[in-house]
Design a protein around this ligand. Structure first.
Ligand SMILES: Cc1cc2nc3c(=O)[nH]c(=O)nc-3n(C[C@H](O)[C@H](O)[C@H](O)COP(=O)(O)OP(=O)(O)OC[C@H]3O[C@@H](n4cnc5c(N)ncnc54)[C@H](O)[C@@H]3O)c2cc1C
Length: 291
């Protein structure tokens, strides 16, 4: 199938891109790396008359550190994020998540902004960003707003973005001493296989006790899904195999998986249970190591 016919726009500023997005509304789509959009256009899942390239927006292509927080430009290629010294030293779980995604060619083109904006339930970077309590910055015709990463995806392929709005940056807050995070994912093969399930964990520890925990599940719900009961169970507990197993069992119950060609509902719950245990183990080790 062909991509279909559309007019191609190449704005050089964010405000120009927003204005085009507002003018053409649902008849248009922003193009970042194109690894999702071009597949959708070619398959006919999406049809638009206008494609607005974001490639000219150089201000969205940097990773910076401000007040200890990581600011990741929406257009930074996934492979650059994974290899960034700033990301690896401040929030290695994000590098780990990206390294599991797709193959090298897709990671060289695809962006974290695009991974968020497609709103697909099996997107890998939103759950680990949610676990880190990240925020996303949106710039649109009405101005700039900041939204919690957790609030960004509303339903499969539906986000809070308004017509003409562009996601410009993902902000990962400073990770204080005593905190650690982990991303664990299972797919049917290595390389270019979408997740059957993923689990993202963040913990804060004090004197070898877990004081705060966040768990987000990927590919087993319509949005990056918080496993609220599993996370609550961990608070004020010693990190050991027994409590990890109990949290894993609760997370499996909280998952909302569908059955499809990648796995049945029950299989996915079993995967969530095991991944939660492994992610908790690693997150707690990292937290203890950072004290
Ligand atoms: C072979 C293959 C394997 C893949 N494997 C994985 C995988 O393992 N894990 C995974 O999570 N994903 C995977 N993907 C999906 C895709 O590569 C990722 O979601 C990627 O991060 C999308 O980024 P992009 O820059 O290419 O987005 P695009 O394709 O350019 O855009 C995706 C959507 O987001 C919108 N958009 C993009 N950027 C912005 C922005 N800054 N502001 C507003 N709207 C925007 C576009 O209009 C479009 O609707 C795979 C895709 C392919 C083809």
């Amino acid at each position: 199938m062909s991509l279909g016919r559309f007019q191609f726009h190449q704005p050089s500023t964010t405000s120009e891109a927003c204005a085009l997005g507002l003018e053409y509304g649902r008849q248009s789509a922003f193009l970042a790396g194109g690894t999702e959009l071009l597949v959708d256009l070619r398959s006919g899942r999406k049809k638009v008359d206008h494609v607005i390239s974001l490639d000219g927006l150089d201000e969205l292509k940097n990773i910076t550190i401000e007040d200890g927080a990581l600011h990741i430009g929406a257009l930074v290629p996934l492979s650059d994020i994974a290899e960034s010294e700033a990301v690896q030293s401040r929030f290695p779980a994000l590098s780990n998540a990206i390294e599991t995604m797709a193959g090298r060619q897709i990671r060289n083109r695809g962006t974290m902004g695009g991974n968020f904006c497609c709103g697909v339930p099996c997107s890998d970077t939103p759950p680990i960003a949610c676990a880190a309590a990240a925020e996303v910055v949106l710039v649109g015709p009405e101005g700039t707003r900041t939204v919690e990463a957790q609030q960004f995806v509303l339903a499969p392929r539906v986000t809070v973005l308004n017509p003409g709005e562009i996601l410009t940056e993902i902000r990962i807050p400073e990770q204080p001493k005593g905190t650690g995070a982990s991303f664990k994912r299972f797919a049917l093969r290595k390389g270019s296989a979408l997740a059957v399930a993923s689990v993202s964990v963040w913990v804060r520890m004090e004197e070898k006790i877990i004081r705060e925990a966040r768990i987000f599940l990927g590919a087993v719900g319509p949005i990056p899904l918080p496993a609220i009961k599993a996370a609550a169970l961990l608070v004020d507990q010693k990190p050991d195999d027994e409590i990890f197993a109990q949290a894993g069992a609760l997370a499996a119950k909280e998952a909302q998986p569908i059955s499809d060609l990648r796995g049945s509902d029950q299989y996915r719950r079993d995967v969530v249970r095991v991944l939660t245990e492994r992610a908790l183990q690693q997150a707690c080790e990292r937290a203890e190591g950072s004290c």
